[in-house]
Design a protein around this ligand. Sequence first.
Ligand code: THU
Length: 131
Amino acid sequence: MINYKQLIQKAQNALKFSYSPYSNFKVGACVLTKSNNTYVGANIENATFGATICAERVAIDSAIMNNDKEIVCIAIVSQSGDYTFPCGICRQVMAEFSNDMEIVVAKNENDYKIYKLEDLLPHNFTQKDIK
Ligand code: THU
């Protein structure tokens, strides 16, 4: 089983694929699924700004496109050297796949905090609410 440190290192490696000419703010993410597979992502910006996609959603979408939907954990790093928390849209996308998901926000592989999605997005709206 992959550990938090390895997941963070994979997220750090993904930073090099960040396409962020507008913000110059690189973000990397790595998803871990129940089947012990990992999927990385980096933020991909766009001249319209609104079409920008965050690192977390690139990683999550990659897992989904591999039909690997049971996401157990996601590690997030950025070039800031500080903890980088997922934006509201990414939290909502995470909620679609698991309320138990662990979110690891890391300054580096030795300095990180772990949260449960339900703590970062309480009382969320998901499939169960559509009746
Ligand atoms: N960004 C992410 O990729 N993930 C986050 O959690 C926060 C923000 C990106 C979006 C944009 O490319 C840049 O960081 C500045 O907002």
